[in-house]
Design a protein around this ligand. Sequence first.
Ligand code: 3UK
Length: 527
Amino acid sequence: LRGIGTPYNASSRFIDDNVKNGMGDRVAIYYQDQQITYRQLQERVNRVGNMLTELDLKMENRVLLVCHDTPEFVYSFFGAIKLGAVPIPVNTMMKPSDYEYYLNNSRARVLIIHQGLWENIIHLKDRFIYLEYVIVIPESDQGNFAGVLNFCDMMENAGNMLDSCYTQSDDSAFWLFSSGSTGEPKGVIHLQHDMEYALDHYAKNILKISKNDICFSASKLFFAYGLGGGMYFPFGVGAATVLLPDRPFPEVVLQVIEKCRPTIFFGVPTLYGNLIDFTEKNGKLYDLSSLRICVSAGEALPAAFLRKWKKIYNLDILDGIGSTEALHIYLSNRIDDIRGGSSGKVVPGYEARIVNEEGEDLPPNEVGDLLIRGDSIAQGYWNLHEQTKQKFLGEWLNTGDKYYMDEDGYYWYCGRSDDMIKTGGIWVSPIEIENCLLRHETVLEAAVVGVTDENELSLPKAYIVLKEGVQPTEDLACELKTFVKENLARYKYPRIIKFTDNLPKTTTGKIQRFKLKLDNDNQGNKL
Ligand code: 3UK
């Protein structure tokens, strides 16, 4: 038939091929006390594919996934892709109205969601204008299942055989939402071939991943970083993953490593900091001897963490930078070549340029905008023509990061080009926090900037001008933090609050955040 190209389906590639290649009896997922083999995984992916087919879900239709890191996440993700439908995993920590945005913006017809998370947003259901079906993953026997479908019942009744649909390597496979400093989150469209590209270039070359590895990502699957480390890297080579649905508290993470004996661990710098602190305070060493590599991404890894982790556990950490748009890591340190404080060198399969404002290439040691090229880069943003043009420059992706390269080819991170703040590996928009603070009755003006703590990790700090007659007290600072926690996702609250009489502004009245960043009194009143 004309118009029908060579078939390629990422679900076939990452799930079925393992069974085809004789690995059906190997463990794919360790989850609590279960061990799920590739054959079981394949059957369950097929069941979800069949149950979505029964809802008349078709190629290119979107499915929103609001799931904890459980096997159901994996079944749903690959079940949808097998039909050519497009799963969109999203952050499970957002506020109810954020899901209204994700659903309406993506026009997802189906929502797959854990019970507790559904109960949080059920009151908004009349506002989800394109949504047709809600499939709830039960977490207890009780609960309100009125008007929704039950994931477990549907799966039991669905057939376990399914042929993959005739997608091509350039078809959309999945989306991820990326947040910006202004405006709403952007749907990042990834294609069928993107996961395999990141696997082949980063995971195989840098991590040297093989079927004997067991991966454990403390970063959740809904982050592009966790999606690779905790799911499609291991599946791409017939290795296993350990899934942890809970929040990654240091003690839990260390216990999981001791018990499940993974060989590759993925975390963000803040978590390494917490793991180091926790171990130092407790005096108890956990057995992490199964680990062959620890990976850090999400924000720059302080060189001090690298040294301390080595000292305590005799393990190296590989810092690398990736992004939602690039799908995974494109600059990285190497197992036998680590430069503390740097993001390492370009990953084979990617190319990097550092350019000035005119787009001209800069010589070594000069700071400029980092552009990268490589075939895991997304097709573009959903329904955002202007923003797509600014970010995706033909073959090059404008990362939005300032970098310089030294004479030896190592890349050194120098900050964001915009004002976005990364805290705990997650994006926080200063504008969103400012707007929230401005809703508090005592606040006249607010400006939020990212500042670095003693470990060089960034935290949101708020400068606040109070209304006339309001006293700047310690109690009020606490109240304002609580106010933000209650009104936005709680991780967005300003860790430091400083009361001030005025904010630096341009003549046109724009807040000069860069001036606030120069202020190095970060004591304020930190929690
Ligand atoms: C920053 C880093 C310095 C940088 C991600 C690995 O973080 C990921 O994706 P996001 O879209 O954010 C991307 C931005 O985060 N960043 C990430 N890693 C580093 N800065 N050193 C680092 N090692 O500003 C980048 O543009 O949330 C990380 C794999 C996949 C990912 N999506």
